[in-house]
Design a protein around this ligand. Sequence first.
Ligand code: PEP
Ligand code: MG
Length: 561
Amino acid sequence: MLTLSGRGIYGGIVMGRLFFHRRQRLPAAKKLSIQDTAYEIERFWGAQTQAVSQMKEIYQSAIPTMGQKNAMIFHAHRLILEDTDFTNTVTRIICDEKVNAEYAVRKACRIFSRTFEAMEDPYMRARSSDVQDISDRLIHILTNRPVHVELPHYPVILAAEDLSPSETVHLDKEKVLALVTAGGSPLSHTAILAKNMDIPAVIGVGKQLQAIYDGAVAIVNGFQGEIFLDPDAHTISTMMEKKQTFLQKRQELDEQIGKESITLDGQKIQILANIGNASHLNSALRADADGIGLFRSEFLYLESHQFPSEEQQLEAYRSVLEPMSPRKVIIRTLDVGADKQASYFHLPHEQNPAMGYRAIRICLTQPEIFHTQLRALYRASVYGNLGILFPMITSLEEIAAIKEQVAQVQQELEQENIPFHRDIELGIMIETPAAALISDQLAKEVDFFSIGTNDLTQYLLAIDRQNPLLEHFYQPHHLAVLRTIELVTKNAHKSGIWVGICGELGGDLSLTETFLAMGIDELSVSSSLVLPLRKKVRETNVKKIRKKTLSNLPPLPCPPR
Ligand code: PEP
Ligand code: MG
């Protein structure tokens, strides 16, 4: 038996066969004759930019697990991608031969690969296979291949170096017993999705997790972050006992189904579920969530290899609104950028993607994308109880610009005699310090606030939520975060609007009492946390807690690691 350890990010104990996912080798890029060389060059630069930012991210997340020296391989990939000899060769091939970018990339990579192969230095010779990887990556991006993980026909424990959010959202939940990755950070969207999908997960296992274990029988303990390969009889029986205890506790929680989320002294709170797509809805329904508090609509875009049409979006929204009706469904408009990348957006290469061109900034500068989504949302409004949430807001001007777009969409639909509900609730994410600080003004303009503690913590503390090196510093219990939540809640209530938390902190049971004392109206969490939270709420007496003001609270203990 071999024991590997990492960071357990979502509980559950499962036993099964390990399936090691390797990204597929692509078939040779077809040579196509083209007229518009400028367009092909632009496509190449878009792909190169995206590949560079992917390599940066992979490099950063690899350091803690592989060590700086081993992780340098990813840095080397980036240097090749940025090398002017390489980029000039690609663009020259496009211009001289009047061919498509995919073919030019493949050809340039072949030239470079041969040059490396011919070198005497063994280190440089080894770079030849790196060029092959780079070529695959660029062509993947250029061909807009939706990245699918090909799973066997039986359920497996899926192991991988790392998974992107778009790979994760595609996973067939029925076939994945657990997720285990060498890299990754707990606040990445891949980790959040695993929780939303109710899949036990262990990340950051490091280089101990090797493809040679493919096919091995394993037990994953998502609570403790353990993976037992080829487990012995004693481990199997201990783990199965633990699993039974866990399942029993889970079953006991079913007592909470159908009950109201109300404290002992009569304070009510709504507990809703976060989902990434319609396939996550069943877990929310099973957990008796009071609604969907955050539907991350960007996953619709990440699942696709081109912009989803108005009709496709309408169907997707309807498929959540109808089964949830009359319960509320809050759909957040497109929040791509940073770790959520779709190649066809051709997002620019940025020094600081988390603070870059993302979310509402894309929507307001590319109104055609926003317009299609707003039309689909308003059309979907007749199928249930819809609220729309706008991400990454920093100013009143952005809200004014959003309202202009909304008014235009409403006018169009009216002229086209398409039914819609005009008075649906419009809310904003409070996830930037700017929005929190002017929340008194913003509250006058919208119907609700949803506090995004994942980003709010990142921006308040100036700590990248994606960087595993900084995990220890990323402290959502920081007093600055809690005081900000308190301030936002007060400002919301002064203007008579409701306020919820949809970031991961909302599901932190050690803070439920604090949030109740602040007067938070709604918590939106992974489906598996709905019933534990309800239980916690029903056992709480808020009057007793309220006596302690937040400002007097000592810094709270760190969340368990
Ligand atoms: C957040 O930032 O807290 C949030 C809920 O949004 P996301 O995690 O998708 O950025
Ligand atoms: Mg966010």
